[in-house]
Design a protein around this ligand. Sequence first.
Ligand SMILES: [Zn+2]
Length: 74
Amino acid sequence: MLRKEIEAILEDDFINFLKQNNLLEKFQNKEIECSLCNTPITLDNIFAIYFDQSFKFCCNDFSCAEKFNQRENR
Ligand SMILES: [Zn+2]
């Protein structure tokens, strides 16, 4: 599962992922936001990446992480 791989994501992997998906510029412009709270995603707060029609990102805010986990366990 993609999520399992992403949980232990390394910064380099994340940057490569962004490059491969043409998202690096968006990321650098802080245009990539947590899909739950709309906080700009940074290397410090990235919690998870998932795919739902397009790539979605979840920050490591406690309430977002909890909602994300509930969503996954549905
Ligand atoms: Zn969030």
